[in-house]
Design a binder for this molecule. Structure first.
Ligand code: ATP
Ligand code: MG
Length: 339
């Protein structure tokens, strides 16, 4: 992908939460770039900082969060560069719908039960200067068709008249009302059954290909990540420990943690009996361990890993890893993963 199609550039970003025991390092010096039309999946265990990272990108962090260092630059379709961390409150409101929209973790149940779907669209459209109600309606119906909802029925419905999967698609359509360039989805398929999940993924991929936006999405389901993503980032204890093209990440992982996550998926392991879950649990983010934060759980760890922090280095042009023992990880991966 060319350098000039970067939509979002994140540099050295950290987020701390103030807690009674002291600052908790939820995101620690993360850097990555998101390109036009690219789908980036974030994977990693619960509590590794995925939601914190995407909330920071949208400036939606709770009040006890601090951003001690880092930069987020966003490039609009007409080539203007926005410094997201320095944006005024007023500009931020427009940014959140017109440039970068987010569908929240658990938002399914957050729809106001007494507000019809059409009024959510009218309110959002009006707040963002979309002109006439007719224009909002037309755009909404078009989006409903794209997400495979019965346009007229859903437009006039109350949330409780819709299934979970339909509400999720309503929220995706609402996020797209102002034609954003980036859509962030935090666990879009977690609260729904497997068939509904299938529909949502199909719909998302179809609509992405038609409208051409970029996606950052979080999913605990690695099969979903494998199917939807162009690029996958593995997060551990607030850091990106490996990032690369989806096939590289799933078939040639260079980090012990990425390999550990993959070995826990039945379909990617060579033999069912070789399935292993990663021993231990993630570290305390208030007093993180020295060296590589994963070393205590890592089967590849050597003495150095407990002393020195491995930098994120290039495996090749598109694939980066933070591991001193990457050569041994990839050798093991070649044995265990069937390409
Ligand atoms: N408002 C807060 N105050 C203090 N700590 C917080 C707050 N929100 C999150 N944390 C902590 O920050 C860390 C990162 O949390 P985050 O929600 O970003 O993880 P996550 O990867 O999204 O997890 P999950 O997969 O469970 O959604 C966790 O240790 C969490 O306990
Ligand atoms: Mg989360």
């Amino acid at each position: 992908m060319a350098q000039n199609d970067v939509v979002m550039s994140v540099r050295d970003l950290s987020v701390n939460y103030l807690t009674e025991r002291g600052p908790l390092q939820a995101v620690n010096r993360i850097s990555f770039e998101l390109h036009q039309g690219e789908t980036l999946a974030l994977m990693g265990e619960s509590g590794c900082g995925k939601s914190t990272l995407v909330m920071a990108l949208m400036r939606l962090l709770p009040s006890n969060a601090r951003v001690p260092n880092g930069e987020i630059h966003y490039t609009t379709r007409d080539g203007r560069v926005i410094d997201v961390l320095k944006m005024s409150k007023g500009k931020l409101r427009a940014f959140r719908w017109s440039e970068c929209a987010m569908v929240f973790q658990g938002a399914l149940n957050a729809l106001n039960p007494v507000i019809r779907v059409r009024d959510m669209f009218y309110d959002t459209g009006r707040a963002h200067g979309m002109g006439s109600k007719d224009a909002v309606r037309e755009r909404a119906l078009e989006l409903f068709r794209l997400v495979r909802l019965d346009p007229e029925r859903v437009f006039n419905a109350y949330p409780h008249e819709l299934s979970g999967g339909m509400r999720q698609r309503v929220l995706i359509a609402l996020g797209l009302l102002l034609d954003p360039q980036v859509v962030i989805l935090d666990e879009p398929t977690t609260a729904v059954d497997i068939l509904t999940q299938r529909t949502i993924i199909d719909v998302l991929m179809a609509i992405r290909d038609k409208l051409g936006f970029s996606i950052i999405f979080i999913s605990h389901d690695l099969a979903v990540a494998a199917e939807m993503a162009d690029t996958v980032a593995t997060m551990y204890a607030g850091e990106i420990v490996e990032i690369g093209p989806v096939n590289e990440m799933f078939y040639r992982p260079h980090h012990g943690y990425t390999l550990g996550l993959l070995e826990a998926i039945p379909s990617l392991a060579a033999e069912a009996e070789e399935l292993v879950s990663i021993p231990g649990s993630p570290p305390d983010l208030i007093e993180p361990p020295p060296g590589c934060k994963f070393h205590e759980r890592c089967p590849f760890a050597v003495e150095r890993c407990s002393r020195e922090v491995p930098p994120l280095v290039d495996v090749d042009e598109t694939h980066r890893v933070a591991c001193f023992e990457a050569d041994r990880v990839i050798a093991k991966a070649r044995e265990t993963i069937q390409a």
